[in-house]
Design a protein around this ligand. Structure first.
Ligand SMILES: [Zn+2]
Length: 118
């Protein structure tokens, strides 16, 4: 009997097991931000929103593109590269804003739903 060496990979962290909601591609990271709004009745709604960093969708963005490139080149952060990754992620956090509601798109979907087109 011969032992055959195998490569073991650690299970991917839970947050990376989700697919990108825009393209179903690989999610590299998720940024969770406090998020809230005031309803028409004046009630404050508070919670969190998540911003997904996608290897495909966010490559061309000047803020997130360097993070995508970092993971394409290095795969993981090591003692030698963690400072670079931390600087890139800090810049992403400083510039991240929750997506704003596109009221026209929402109204179009509601109209389509009432027409039975969805
Ligand atoms: Zn994507």
């Amino acid at each position: 009997m011969t032992a055959v060496p195998t490569r073991h990979r650690a299970r991917r962290p839970l947050w990376t097991q989700h697919a990108c909601p825009r393209c179903a591609g690989d999610v590299l990271a998720v940024l969770r931000l406090p998020h809230g709004w005031r309803t028409e009745q004046g009630t404050e709604v508070t919670g969190f929103t998540e911003i997904v960093l996608c290897a495909r969708c966010d490559l061309d963005d000047p803020i997130t593109g360097p993070i995508v490139t970092f993971f394409a080149v290095h795969e993981i952060a090591t003692d030698r590269t963690v400072d670079v990754l931390a600087r890139l992620i800090r810049r992403w956090i400083e510039n991240a804003r929750p997506a704003r509601l596109d009221q026209a798109a929402l109204d179009a979907e509601i109209d389509a739903w009432y027409r039975g087109d969805l």
